[in-house]
Design a protein around this ligand. Structure first.
Ligand SMILES: NC(=O)c1ccc[n+]([C@@H]2O[C@H](COP(=O)([O-])OP(=O)(O)OC[C@H]3O[C@@H](n4cnc5c(N)ncnc54)[C@H](OP(=O)(O)O)[C@@H]3O)[C@@H](O)[C@H]2O)c1
Length: 263
């Protein structure tokens, strides 16, 4: 295991200039912060999320800051079928002609309980959103990613991707599956394309997902999305073109400084 230290100093002012980046779950939490910050560093971001109002508020924040105008693509990923993924690809093709990066970020924890109490519907929802959707969108978007320069596909994993945890069976299973998907895709693309496929495990971050799952936890004890977002920005930038097939784990150091570990 080789420790890697990404700091804010890895991020140059125009490191994402003219990059077209799709972010799923861009309406809240890590995805929202990533969308605003990626735009700040020059990217045209495509904001995908469930709640239109929240997406519009991210759009407004980006536009009023004077960053490149984003695109909004509201989609309930629990109800997304293959045709919706192809429509998204067509729409990106029409607007931008290519896709430089996709961040598979949208995720839910689902019902946190013993397996015998976990309903089949709730199991299915977590697998749909956290695992099936990253496959479906990757499948539909690959032709647009292939024609980009130094493209990047980033999957969001978690501590539960490596070790199952009591009461978190659906989430763990989905995140284990995501690792398998990412590793397979990396092997398929590593020799004859420059598409880099990586995973990022953001660690414990102060978002609704984390706070709802651990109501006894003091949210102020957790780093904010802003504290960790430079890891994402660096991985999406062309400077990280040689980082391929890795899992970058954001390790807690303190709230303002985080270390990434590559495995
Ligand atoms: N926070 C942590 O400590 C932590 C740790 C490890 C891994 N992660 C991973 O990091 C990623 C982001 O998590 P987060 O903590 O930022 O979560 P969050 O604050 O709850 O945000 C989740 C995002 O996913 C979107 N989403 C949820 N259901 C959706 C649906 N049916 N259709 C479309 N979009 C949907 C949400 O949109 P709406 O707001 O419109 O519902 C929101 O934008 C997840 O993959 C999570 O597993 C988080």
């Amino acid at each position: 295991m080789e420790p890697l230290h990404f700091t804010q100093s890895h991020i140059t002012p125009h490191c994402l200039a003219k990059r077209v980046i799709l972010i799923t779950g861009a309406s809240d939490g890590i995805g929202r912060t990533l969308a605003v910050q990626a735009a700040k560093y020059g990217a045209s971001v495509i904001l995908l999320g469930k709640t239109l109002k929240k997406l519009e508020s991210v759009y407004d924040e980006i536009v009023s800051a004077g960053y490149p105008e984003p695109a909004i693509h509201p989609l309930n990923l629990l109800r997304t079928e293959p045709k919706h993924a192809y429509e998204l690809a067509e729409s990106i093709h029409g607007m931008f002609g290519r896709l430089d990066a996709v961040v598979h970020n949208a995720g839910i924890s689902g019902q946190i309980c013993q397996i015998e109490h976990l309903t089949p519907e709730k199991w299915q929802e977590v697998l749909q959103l956290n695992l099936h959707i990253p496959y479906l969108l990757t499948h539909a978007l690959l032709p647009l990613i292939r024609i980009a320069v130094h493209p990047s596909i980033l999957f969001t994993t978690s501590d539960e991707s490596h070790a199952g945890k009591a009461y978190w069976s659906a989430y763990s299973a989905s995140k284990f599956g995501l690792m398998g998907l990412a590793q397979s895709l990396h092997q398929e693309l590593q020799t004859n394309t420059d598409i880099r496929v990586n995973c990022i495990n953001p660690g414990k971050v102060r978002t609704s997902l984390r706070v709802k799952a651990y109501p006894g936890l003091d949210p102020l004890s957790l780093p904010t999305p802003e504290d960790i977002i430079h890891h994402y920005l660096y991985l999406l930038s062309p400077e990280a073109k040689d980082i391929r097939g890795k899992v970058v784990t954001v390790e807690p150091v303190n709230h303002s400084e985080k270390a990434a570990v590559l495995i």
